[in-house]
Design a protein around this ligand. Sequence first.
Ligand code: TRP
Length: 446
Amino acid sequence: MEQNSIKREEWNSKLGFILASVGSAVGLGNLWGFAYSSSEGGGAAFVILYIFVVLIVCFPIFVAEFALGRTTKVSAFLAPIKAAGNNWAPLGWLFIIAPIAIASYYAVVMSWTGEVFIMSIFDNLPKNAKESANFFKYISEGNHVFIGQIFSLGLGSYIVSGGIKKGIEKLNLICMPILFAILFILVIWAAFLGKAGEGYNNLFLNFDIKQLTNPTNIRLAFSQAFFSLSLGIGIMVTYASYLDKKSNLPKQAVQISLLDTIVGLMAGLITFPIIYTFNMSSSIKESTIGTLFTTIPTGLGEYGSLGRLMAVLFFGLAYLAAITSMVSLLEIPVSTLIDKFDIKRKYASIYSFILIFIIGIPSVRNISFLDNLDAMAKTLLIGGGFLVAFLMGWVLPRSLETELENSGSSLKTKYYLKFMLRYITPVLVAWGFIISLYDLVNKFSS
Ligand code: TRP
């Protein structure tokens, strides 16, 4: 293990690290999760809660994960043990189980995404709401889903097997600028749709104050924030373990959270005008995971060749966003296998691929299984976030301080983060976790 930490790879550049972290953050969660959660949670009330959670709860945890990764310089599974002893092994286990679970169904949703992308190229999009139900059935059921799942997992594992610099960093340096360019084009195009205004209204202005205290809305805001920022399961711990000693952790955490939130909002600026212009707003209330795959293609399919082109761009964008997230999920088991068993990256990638493929089989076969696994994994993230905050705030305050010092943080920043991680963040995140658990139990028993 020690040997490994000496020759541990580092990111080539600060930009590479930031883009990789933004790449991990920006994913299918931003494209469907954000729009879906805000439409369920009463529009603006969800957006407000979300931003509150990102600023007050997630930002300090972000820095805590970074600090844990950079002090220990090992992968997520080993980091809590190396930093705080065997009592913290359960956190290591959480850090490895949660990303494997998420990757297992993420690959399935990527399979659907890829299929819609291909269908939009060949003009096979549904033309009306009636067709759209069958369309979703078609892309999400049957053995062909395995093809997309295996392809997506395989592509991710192949990239991860290339290592940090030549695999993950390079992928993100190429994909993230393309992703931002497509996003801009789509936001501008959507602004000219007939009912763009109505869409914006529903996304931002439809404010129902009661929703601020609704447990489902609170759960959605917490889980969406943690999921979208890739927080609470050690991904940022792992990415930061490849970071040099000097880079400024709080500053990078701010940049990454900001970019991720902007992308979530921009995705809403694309999806909401489409949904309202093509009168699909009722179907968005009914489905969860299917939303993106029924409403968006239907709207665009009705819109002739320009609509088709936009569908190609939209689902191409979604697939790019997803692959840059997939590699971060895969990096956890891969780096853990390398650190723990001292095996080659190539083999670690192959073993992870096989394991996640097998765990993903029930999600290929059964959408409600996938949906429930998603809700559970997201709640786990909140629990992981609590433990990380507690670990860095109470058990390892010195390491936190050293890392902030290495970052060149000002006294004010240091004081703020230490104070938050001790007294505010753990309390709020524990509160969010309990409400989410309560709401989840209700969801399952209803
Ligand atoms: N953040 C990604 C999204 O929004 C998904 C993701 C990638 C993720 N890595 C993660 C979620 C780690 C939780 C934890 O789609």
